[in-house]
Design a protein around this ligand. Sequence first.
Ligand code: URA
Length: 191
Amino acid sequence: MIKQEWEQLYRDISLCQACDLAHTRTHTVPGEGDHSAAIMMVGEGPGADEDRTGRPFVGRAGQLLDKMLDAFDVSRQQVYICNIIKCRPPGNRNPASGEMRACLPHLTRQIALVNPSIIVCLGKIAAGCLMHENFAITRERGVWQEKDGRSYLATFHPAALLRDERLLIDAWRDMRAVAQRYAQQQGGAHE
Ligand code: URA
């Protein structure tokens, strides 16, 4: 039953024509990982590498994300990773609000199916969409928000970390907070 819902969701995403990005994409990038993960990580939208492969976070930003997860003994297969929008905006521009609105039903279905207890918003765009409008990433990152029975935390987007190494220290702090909350939920403690 759940398997069919996932298949239907991925089919709907691959055929989606809800916005103009359908005309410029190479592949849709639905998301991947554990379909019943406790942690869901949500980025902004696919870049060139993701558009080419159909997989989320496989470029340089994704490699950094993998390293950070690894450092806390979390593998990519243990989390579910996706984006607010499933198609690449040309030239890597920010997604337009209409594109995000058009794509949101896919993400809403994904969240309902995975049913994660923790949602990590990677960057201001994801946080603005899932936590609250006009999210101030520098000021509000690292602060837990409880909503609809889930814990939300925003941190810097890995691409921002590649541009400005000074942000790394806070990003590591945020990842540690995520790992700790996850460990608490599993009934253990994390260093
Ligand atoms: N940046 C994102 O926000 N998502 C990806 O999948 C890759 C880069």
